[in-house]
Design a protein around this ligand. Structure first.
Ligand code: IVH
Length: 716
């Protein structure tokens, strides 16, 4: 896409632009095209090539500079400006749109014989002794089709029924590896339809599910569902945060200057002047993917292999299967395509699939089994979770015999009954999930799953808070809860006292050695040494591990406390906010909400935790024992610490003059906006605030804070 010379020039102009930004804050009008060009280049380096040349901060500076220029000069905005990915407000609905060419699916194969058979057919249909193939990953995501007209992305549509799908253009524009414009005109292309797959990579999927679990929402079974669900979100800003990715792997339609003009709406592209087409259209599939790559798309150009002999194809797909887990995203097989586009036409298609391509599916990460029983487990927060016992089944290399089915809502949504046949999926390092049941296979002997009314461990009456989907045992001394709290405290992401695993915690609790979290630090080691299976060495190791845990960083203790909705990520945020853990005892819910990613629900839960006498006493005892509750690395708001944050003041301020407050924001590198929009980060509310406050309440990303909060924020 960019040769060495262009890369050097763009890097130089980036340096000049950054220099100009740091001195004058405003770009001269004649630099705007350069600024856009630089931003496109760095997006490409980051999202397509995964090889960035500048820091995130420098990218943000360039982006904000363009944003500022465009806000002051709205007439200059072009629809493919890097700022135009950002959607405004909420999407009302996704209109139905017809694909230019129906989106067929692929014929599947599962064995070497299937591939040999397909190779024989390909040779027979083309009349050739040797057919060149292109093998590439079968990306496991949500398929989309994109239409570019006169070099601009004008539409993105879901697969739908293959003929008609939902238009999701605004959401697809949030995927930074999808170019908003590309120089197709260099190839004489006026209109092109491109297919691809939208993915959520494994790392982002894990974070996505962890967040759901933190919120008490059942996690999703696989990244495919997460990608498909995200594409259909109505809040574009939320889509942007999910960092979806896309691979484009097929050109389904091209209109060139030599055939016909496109017929879709051109109102947005009236400035377009076709260039002389100096480049020839590729005649092979791999050539098309190379063309897309050269135009700035993330096509599987590096992942594909052109192979002539089917035995080599078989070897390659088998190798790919063994390497599948090393990829950062999920693939569920390989796709083999006849490489020559003319031969593809000769081979044609059935009503379901092209004859020139075949999917080779890897061993399934799914399996069916029988739901034979449901037991109920009591967690550390007292939540009573139904666990399905299934006929043991192998899924992606491990035997699964029990699976959490979360809560009543989940059971209803998946339509689960005792005796049902169920589909299980185990995707990547995610715990297995039930994907669905098969009600059509019921025999009439299935039974409704009934819930207990008393705790299965301590027999205390269960209680269901109205706003929640789970039933809870509210006896905090319930054995199950105490044991689970200790197990959580010593677990890998918390205090990481490995030698005190789940089994030992249960054993020591039953023997009366462990009663609560603090008793971990008072274990009678000489007694333990007398137990069968515990030699002096293992007891010494246990003692060292427990002693060492006292110096664990603060975020591990916070996570280990098992505060509801506080997972690893939130614990890390909390740990950097205070100098001592007990400082949270004086925080208000509003102050907690000022912390990154802490919403109303999470703030309430943290607030409740630190306003409970028993919890405070637990922390004091831990500190007395020697557990480190201090944090030396508290983030203090320094000069420049409001960089990138946009503020607006409304209503009458009591302690500061409006102009003083605005100057303080600017001094610390923040900016002042004139109105409420999704670009606003903080609305500072004084007395008698009116319309701006009402408007800001509707935009969830805006933090609404008081004058006191604001002052507190500045003083750190
Ligand atoms: S080619 C006309 N190539 O798999 C053929 N499809 O199970 C167009 N898929 O509907 C499809 N990776 O959503 C093709 N490298 C790849 C693919 C791929 C994933 C999806 C696609 C298709 C489905 C069929």
């Amino acid at each position: 896409m960019y040769n060495q010379q262009q890369t050097k020039e763009l890097q130089k102009s980036t340096a000049n632009l950054l220099q100009a930004i740091s001195s004058s804050q405003q770009q001269p009008a004649n630099q705007i095209d350069l600024l856009r060009e630089a931003l496109r280049f760095h997006e490409y380096r980051y999202y397509v090539q995964a090889d960035p040349l500048i820091s995130d901060y420098e990218y943000d500076m360039l982006y904000k500079s363009l944003e500022k220029f465009e806000a002051d000069n709205p007439a200059s905005i072009t629809i493919d400006s890097p700022t135009q990915r950002v959607g405004k407000g909420l999407i009302k609905d996704f209109p139905k749109k017809q694909h230019l060419v129906p989106m067929l699916s692929l014929q599947n194969s599962y064995s070497q014989e299937d591939l040999l058979d397909w190779d024989r057919k390909a040779k027979a249909l083309t009349g050739l002794a040797v057919v060149e193939y292109c093998a590439e990953p079968k990306f496991d995501g949500a398929s989309i089709s994109l239409i570019y007209e006169n070099d601009l992305l004008i539409r993105a549509v879901t697969r739908g029924d293959g003929i008609i799908g939902d238009e999701i253009t605004t959401n697809v524009k949030q995927i930074k590896s999808v170019p908003l414009s590309a120089k197709f005109s260099k190839y004489g292309i006026l209109q092109i339809e491109i297919r691809g797959e939208v993915l959520m990579n494994k790392k982002n999927f894990k974070a996505f599910n962890d967040k759901l679990i933190e919120e008490g929402i059942p996690p999703l079974a696989n990244p495919r569902n997460a990608a498909a669900g995200t594409l259909r979100m109505k809040d574009t800003a939320a889509v942007s945060k999910k960092n979806l990715e896309a691979f484009l792997y097929h050109v389904s339609y091209i209109a060139t200057t030599d055939n016909q003009r496109p017929t879709t709406d051109k109102s947005q592209t009236s400035n377009f002047k076709p260039q002389a087409s100096d480049l020839k259209l590729p005649t092979t599939h791999s050539g098309m993917l190379e063309m897309l790559w050269q135009l700035g798309f993330r096509s599987p150009q590096k992942e594909l292999q052109v192979i002539k002999d089917i035995s080599h194809v078989i070897k390659h797909v088998n190798e790919s299967e063994t390497q599948r887990d090393e990829l950062p995203y999920e693939i569920d097989g390989m796709v083999i395509k006849v490489n020559n586009l003319l031969l593809q036409e000769v081979m044609g298609m059935t009503s379901h699939h092209p004859r020139w391509a075949i999917a080779y599916k890897f061993k399934a990460r799914q399996a069916t089994s029988q739901l034979i029983n449901v037991t109920f487990q009591v967690g550390r927060t007292g939540a009573v979770t139904p666990v399905a016992k299934i006929t043991p089944v192998q899924v992606a290399g491990v035997t699964v015999s029990s699976i959490s089915i979360h809560n009543k809502d989940f059971i209803e949504e998946k339509n689960l009954m005792l005796g049902d046949t169920v589909l299980i999926e185990r995707s990547g390092d995610v715990i297995p999930q039930i994907v669905k049941s098969f009600p059509e296979l019921r025999t009439g002997t299935e039974q409704v799953i009934s819930f207990p009314t008393c705790c299965p461990v301590c027999n205390h009456q269960l209680f269901k808070p109205e706003e929640e989907a789970v039933w809870r045992c509210i006896n905090i001394n319930c054995k199950a809860q105490v044991v689970e709290r200790i197990i959580h405290f010593v677990s890998k992401d918390a205090m990481d006292i490995r030698s005190l695993g789940e089994a030992n915690v249960k054993k020591f609790y039953d023997m009366g050695f462990l009663k609560n979290i603090t008793s971990i630090y008072a274990l009678p080691y000489d007694e333990l040494a007398k137990l069968e299976g515990f030699g002096n060495k293992s007891i010494a190791n246990l003692q060292i591990a427990i002693e060492n845990s006292k110096q664990q960083p603060l975020h591990r203790i916070i996570y280990g406390l098992g505060i509801r909705y506080v997972g690893v990520t939130t614990a890390k945020v909390l740990a950097t906010a205070v100098k001592h853990l007990l400082d949270f005892a004086s925080y208000t819910e509003e102050q907690l909400q000022l912390l990154e990613d802490v919403g109303v629900k999470v703030a309430k839960s943290i607030f409740q935790f630190f306003n409970d006498k028993e919890n405070i006493s637990l922390l004091q005892q831990l500190e007395h024992i020697g557990v480190q509750l201090k944090n030396d690395k508290k983030k203090v708001v320094n000069e420049g610490d409001l960089a990138g944050q946009a503020f607006l003041f409304t209503g009458t301020l009591n302690q500061l003059k409006r102009s003083e407050a605005e100057a303080l924001v600017e001094k610390k590198g923040g900016k002042i906006l004139g109105s409420v929009s999704s670009k606003l980060n903080y609305l500072v509310v004084g007395d008698d605030a009116g319309g701006k406050l009402e408007k800001a309440k509707k935009i969830t990303s805006i933090k609404i804070i008081s004058e006191e909060d604001f002052i507190q924020m500045l003083s750190g």
